[in-house]
Structures are given as structure tokens and as C-alpha cells.
Design a protein around this ligand. Structure first.
Ligand SMILES: Cc1cc2nc3c(=O)[nH]c(=O)nc-3n(C[C@H](O)[C@H](O)[C@H](O)COP(=O)(O)OP(=O)(O)OC[C@H]3O[C@@H](n4cnc5c(N)ncnc54)[C@H](O)[C@@H]3O)c2cc1C
Length: 289
């Protein structure tokens, strides 16, 4: 582990000031489940951790049936998947939060950290993308909003500028008759990085899909939106054929690599299978709504 300094911010402005003064080698510390490992293995040069867990906006979660859900960037995952409104309205988010690491990790790890780490295989990012997630970002030039589907730019990289950090993540209240779902494939039951993950949010009128969003993880350099899968489904009746067409579009869109976790062929196949599964699960959720 490299020697480094620790600073505890108690307000958003103080965190921004600490990050600015710390320069390029300062990092936000949320749960620490990624960044402490990276510092210990010297995968990143860090000389200052700015702890944001003592800032109330970053640690609170609010739900309102009109406005939707706002989750502080450092709220631990167990609070998110344990929340009755998240379970009822945003099952894609619940499912992703529930599988990240194990119980010990979930007591610390956060959505802001999962997004800030910008891994192509991050489990919560596809769920946040299909739920139209918007990050509230604070920085030296004030506040701005960044859509989660435009956040990651390359493995480990994002649109955040020096001194900026995510304060919270907002998810609008879904329209009536909407559903969402998230799935991943790993070769064992838990504590592994996704070979592929997939999320879907859709709206139906009877048997016709009127809106749909799809996202895939671990099939490209960043988590990916899949508009071709949405095109295959929107305006059409839900049948085995249209669901299969959306799966085929996901397979076509995926541009994975071979690595120790899976091959290109396996990942493309999984993109197809998982997209078909999340459609069926999201439809079930929509019908129950
Ligand atoms: C044993 C183990 C199992 C794991 N399993 C999974 C898994 O199944 N799926 C998965 O996706 N991940 C997994 N992870 C990775 C990790 O737990 C997640 O990415 C987690 O969500 C990170 O959150 P954190 O709060 O701990 O982030 P931290 O480690 O505190 O931060 C991660 C990165 O994001 C930055 N950051 C943190 N918060 C913010 C913010 N608010 N604004 C801007 N930048 C920020 C930090 O500076 C750092 O660069 C695992 C890790 C371990 C150690």
C-alpha cells in the first residue's frame, strides 16, 4: 500500500475544495471497495483520499411517487436493495445492487463508486442506464447533470472533470404499465465479475411495446446502450419472434473481447439470451404494475 493522506469532507463545497487542492492524485473515497484495492496494488497513483461519507446529501435516499428516486452517491448497496420502493418500482436496480460482491462489500459499496470506477463490467451501470439515470455532479464550476448513459468514456474513464464528483443519482418515476429488469451471467453463484450483464426498461399497452431501453455490460469498452434492440420491439406486439429479434439485435451490437472470463462467441450468445430474459422479466413487472 502506498502512503497516502486521508481527509474527511463534511459538505459538498468542502469536498470540491479538497479535491481541487489535492490535484490529479486525489480521489474520492466512498465505500473503498474498489479504490482501496487499487491503491494497495498500486494500480493508481493516489496521495489523498477525500472521504464523502460524512456529507448528508451523499448519504440519503428519497422516493416520491411523482418525482421518482434520488439515491445519494455513497449510500451503501444494502440500503438500496433493502428499500421497499426500490424493490417495487426499480427491480433492475435492486437486482444489480444485490449481487455486487457479497454482504460485507454491500455494507460499504455504493452506486457512485460503481459508476465512478467506470468498469465496462460494472453491474449497476446498465440498470442505471435503462432507468434514465441522471448523475448530479458538483465541481469547481458549480453543479451540473450528467446522464448515466453518457458518463463512461473508456475503461476506468468518465466525463468527470478534475475536482468533480457525483453527489447523487436520480431516476424518474416510470410511466404507468412500465417494467424493468436486470440479469447477469457468471460461471459461479456469487462474488464474480459479470461475463455479460443486461438490463431493460419498457412500457406496454396491452401486448404492444410502446417504449424500451436496453443496456449491456462487459461486451464493449464501456457499458453500452442497445437502441437496435429497442427498435426491434417498440411498436410491435410481444411475441417469441419480436423478443428473439431484440435478442439478435443485442448480439449484433455487442463487440466483446476474448479474455479469461469468456470468449467473443460466448459473450455474443449471452447478450442475446440475457436480453430475451430481461424483456420477459420486465414485461412481467409491467403487468404486475
Ligand atoms: C470482493 C469484491 C467483489 C466485487 N464484486 C463486484 C460485482 O459483483 N460487481 C461489480 O460491479 N463490482 C464488484 N466489485 C467492485 C466494487 O465493489 C464496486 O464497483 C462498488 O460499487 C464500488 O463502490 P465503492 O463505494 O466501494 O467505491 P470506491 O472504491 O470508494 O470508489 C471507486 C472509484 O470511484 C470513485 N468514486 C467513488 N465515489 C464517487 C463519487 N461519488 N463521485 C465520483 N467518483 C467516485 C473513486 O474515487 C474510485 O475511483 C467488487 C469488489 C470486491 C472487492
Amino acid at each position: 500500500m502506498q502512503a497516502l493522506r486521508y481527509a474527511r469532507a463534511t459538505s459538498i463545497d468542502e469536498a470540491v475544495r479538497m479535491l481541487r487542492e489535492g490535484g490529479e492524485t486525489s480521489r474520492i473515497l466512498a465505500g473503498g471497495t474498489d479504490v482501496i484495492v487499487q491503491a494497495r496494488e498500486r494500480r493508481r497513483v493516489i496521495d489523498l483520499f477525500v472521504d464523502i461519507k460524512h456529507i448528508s446529501d451523499v448519504m440519503t435516499m428519497e422516493y416520491d411517487a411523482q418525482r421518482g428516486l434520488t439515491v445519494g452517491a455513497a449510500v451503501p448497496l444494502y440500503q438500496i436493495y433493502g428499500d421497499a420502493n426500490v424493490q417495487r418500482v426499480y427491480p433492475a436496480l435492486r437486482a444489480a445492487a444485490h449481487v455486487i460482491g457479497g454482504k460485507a462489500i454491500q455494507g460499504r459499496a455504493s452506486l457512485g463508486g460503481n459508476l465512478g470506477n467506470a468498469s465496462p463490467a460494472a453491474d449497476s451501470i446498465p440498470a442505471m442506464m435503462v432507468l434514465d439515470g441522471v448523475a448530479q455532479v458538483a465541481g469547481p464550476n458549480g453543479r451540473r447533470e450528467v446522464r448515466v448513459d453518457a458518463f463512461c468514456t473508456a475503461p476506468g474513464r468518465s466525463v468527470l472533470q478534475p475536482g468533480e464528483f457525483i453527489v447523487s443519482l436520480h431516476f424518474a418515476q416510470p410511466a404507468a404499465h412500465s417494467g424493468n429488469a436486470w440479469e447477469r451471467f457468471i460461471p459461479r453463484n456469487e462474488m464474480d465479475i459479470a461475463v455479460v450483464n443486461a438490463a431493460c426498461a419498457l412500457t406496454i399497452e396491452g401486448d404492444v411495446v410502446t417504449a424500451a431501453r436496453f443496456s449491456l455490460g462487459a461486451v464493449a469498452a464501456t457499458p453500452l446502450m442497445v437502441p437496435l434492440a429497442a427498435e426491434a420491439l417498440v411498436g410491435r406486439r410481444l411475441t417469441d419472434e419480436t423478443i428473439a429479434a431484440a435478442g439478435a439485435a443485442a448480439k449484433e451490437t455487442a463487440t466483446p473481447i476474448d479474455d479469461m472470463r469468456g470468449t467473443v462467441k460466448q459473450r455474443k450468445h449471452l447478450a442475446d439470451v440475457l436480453v430475451q430474459r430481461v424483456i420477459r422479466a420486465a414485461v412481467e413487472h409491467a403487468r404486475a404494475n
